[in-house]
Design a protein around this ligand. Structure first.
Ligand code: MG
Length: 490
């Protein structure tokens, strides 16, 4: 036993007291963001963006002012270690990046984003190319300022997934490409490959709204802490531990898009609602990484939501709410949910081919940051890799290099976390005992209890790699995901 004085506790308490002001601003920022994406009139955007960037500068100062207090924290238990780890990371980020770089990236990416929209509309990469070149140059500078041990891209990956490196990424994506390339040709049940007629069925908005409510009840999401709104790009936001909101979309045709958007966001919401309440207003009140975040939404959307068992469970509810369902049997719904298609568009991709889209983006980001690829070369690299891995060639830039907003917003290092989410979700799938029986019987309590006890409750007490090790005795092991594909489709 070591002798613990009270001083180290006083230091933590003082730090957390100060941190509460940062969290108060986070609370306000999240509410402003929610408002911006759901109900704000369009012309509100200009001043809102300026206000948000001012707040960002103010918050940066507040973080930097915490430095001396953070230095005083002794790492006596998991909690103090976590506080120190998380705040040091944020302080390092703010103190390493000069103000000019921050301003420049904010400015360029705002312009690039609007030029990207025009470029995508006109199917013309050339007009946005010079902006993307500037962004890549800045990202390279950012990686130098932030610092890295081996590869410059490591510095950017670490912003989204702590301690995730090119060494990890290369291993994962090489393996996934090798295993999934050509897998479509081996799909045994050809029904998966046929486009189902049900895709063209139209629905009334109120029908799907009822289903969203049914799902809320099925997953026992507490009514008084949760709400659902609409937005073009569905998202989840935690205003506070007792106020978690999602959005979904109702396109009035092809109902699975709405259904799975809702289930996906509910996966995020359940995670946030289950974090240890004591971590509210501390730096621990979040998931440890984007990969962990996505693991929860993808687990519920794909592994649970698109399983045969869940399809059977939800079928009577769909039949009650959507009049056209009675024309289709449960198998047809299952194949519709799991239709496999060689699509050039990432967000339309099925489970089996999705990670190929990410592998291509990972390779391009890594080599751009390393200086091995030039921006002018990447449309061709993109298209030929699509052909090599998936057997299709995008017909135009819209189907290729211009489809996603991420790079034009200055997000480099983000894409890989989608695949990490799938990898972690597959690990969970094999760690929950009797999962298929739980699904058939609609015993979601037991599934969520498992997720809560092994992931949710911890918030960001542990780094993502530590949490994987502690809860599952694993690293980002992609073998579970391949095993799952083989069992489901091959
Ligand atoms: Mg998500």
């Amino acid at each position: 036993m070591f002798n613990i004085g009270v001083e180290w506790l006083d230091n933590i308490n003082e730090l957390i007291e100060k941190y509460k002001s940062i969290e108060a601003i986070n609370h306000a920022k999240r509410l402003m963001f929610w408002d911006m994406e759901t109900v704000m009139p369009p012309s509100g955007i200009e001043e809102r963006s300026e206000v948000l960037s001012n707040i960002e500068n103010y918050q940066k100062k507040m973080y930097l002012e915490l430095k001396d207090l953070v230095d005083k924290i002794e790492e006596n238990d998991d909690y103090s270690k976590a506080i120190k780890r998380i705040l040091n990371k944020q302080i390092h980020y703010y103190s390493s990046l000069p103000d000019e770089i921050n301003k420049e990236i904010t400015k360029i990416s705002a312009i690039a984003e609007s030029v990207w929209k025009i470029a995508k509309n006109r199917n013309n990469f050339k007009i946005v190319e010079p902006y993307l070149e500037k962004i890549v140059d800045l990202e390279i500078k950012i990686s130098e300022y932030l610092g890295y041990k081996k590869h410059p891209y490591d510095a950017l990956l670490d912003n989204y997934e702590e301690d995730f490196t090119v060494d990890d990424g290369d291993k994962i994506f090489d393996y996934l490409i090798k295993e999934t390339k050509g897998m479509i040709d081996k799909v045994k049940d050809k029904e998966f490959l046929k486009i189902q007629k049900i895709k063209n069925e139209k629905y009334k908005k109120e029908w799907m709204v009822s289903i969203s409510n049914d799902l809320k009840n099925i997953f026992k999401i507490p009514e008084n802490k949760f709400r659902i709104d609409e937005s073009v790009h569905p998202f989840t936001i935690n205003i506070s531990p007792d106020d978690v909101r999602i959005t979904t979309k109702y396109e009035l045709i092809d109902f699975k898009k709405s259904l799975f958007a809702t289930i996906h966001e509910m996966g995020h919401a359940i995670y946030l609602l289950n974090i240890n309440k004591e971590y509210g207003c501390t730096p621990l009140y979040s998931s440890p990484s984007f990969g962990f975040d996505e693991s929860q939404s993808r687990f519920l959307e794909n592994f649970v939501g698109k399983s045969k068992e869940f399809t059977e469970f939800i079928y009577p509810i769909l039949k009650k709410r959507l009049p056209f369902i009675k024309k289709y049997d449960v198998d047809e719904i299952y194949y519709y949910f799991n239709n496999i298609d060689r699509t050039p568009i990432r967000i339309d991709a099925d489970e089996l081919t999705y990670n190929i889209h990410i592998a291509i983006r990972y390779d391009i980001e890594k080599n751009l940051i390393e200086g091995k690829y030039k921006v002018s070369e990447i449309p061709e690299i993109w298209d030929s890799k699509m052909e090599e891995y998936l057997g299709i060639r995008p017909k135009n830039y819209r189907e290729g290099i211009l489809q996603d907003i991420h790079w034009y917003q200055g997000s480099f290092g983000y894409f890989p976390t989608y695949t990490l989410g799938n990898i972690i979700a597959a690990i969970i799938w094999y760690k929950i005992k009797n999962i298929k029986e739980h699904l058939i019987n609609g015993e979601f309590d037991q599934i969520f209890e498992f997720l809560k006890n092994n992931i949710h409750i911890y918030g960001s007490l542990y780094s993502p790699k530590e949490l994987l090790k502690r809860s599952f005795n694993e690293d980002y092991n992609p073998e579970y995901l391949i095993k799952y594909f083989k069992e489901k489709f091959i």
